[in-house]
Design a protein around this ligand. Structure first.
Ligand code: ADP
Length: 143
């Protein structure tokens, strides 16, 4: 039997998630799917952390709009661990554009558009590790 890989992902609950009071529902879905929380914190995103996190988007014309949205309130950063976490969490989240995301996905159920799409989730094992390091200091992750 092939052993499933334990993987780690950064999930961010974006400002629209907090505004819509969906934090509990989102976390409930991840926990019920078998993922374990090993770090959580609420934080305001600085220009610097946002530019690093969205380095692949900074040259796009709508980057200032994304920045404004992501800094419109604090976000909640969550470290999740579980089997095949990267792909399975991204499946639960749905595609970037909430308007085409299937019902049953987080973005399909709670997202509004391409920008206001409820959550961020790491898209590879490597990015998961880099993002957890970016958002959590030593001592803020457990187990
Ligand atoms: P994902 O979050 O699905 O991995 P990206 O890494 O491409 O997607 O984009 C990061 C975030 O930037 C998106 O989640 C969304 O909030 C915002 N974004 C991406 N593309 C657009 C767009 N065309 N218009 C508005 N916002 C966008």
């Amino acid at each position: 039997m092939i052993r499933a890989l334990m993987e780690e992902s950064l999930v961010l609950l974006k400002p629209d998630c907090l505004e819509g009071r969906k934090c509990g529902e989102v976390l409930k879905r991840f926990e019920e799917a078998g993922f374990a929380v090993f770090g959580v914190k609420m934080m305001r995103l600085s220009d610097e952390i946002l530019r690093d996190h969205y380095a692949h988007l900074t040259e796009l014309p709508f980057f200032p709009e994304i920045q404004g949205f992501m800094q419109s309130s604090p976000v909640v950063a969550i470290a999740l661990r579980g089997e095949n976490a990267i792909v399975r969490i991204r499946e639960m989240v749905g595609p970037t554009d909430s308007t085409v995301a299937e019902k049953g996905t987080l973005r399909g159920d709670f997202g509004q558009d391409k920008m206001r799409n409820v959550v961020h989730a790491s898209d590879s094992i490597e990015n998961g590790q880099a993002e957890l390091k970016r958002f959590f200091a030593d001592g803020e992750l457990f187990g």
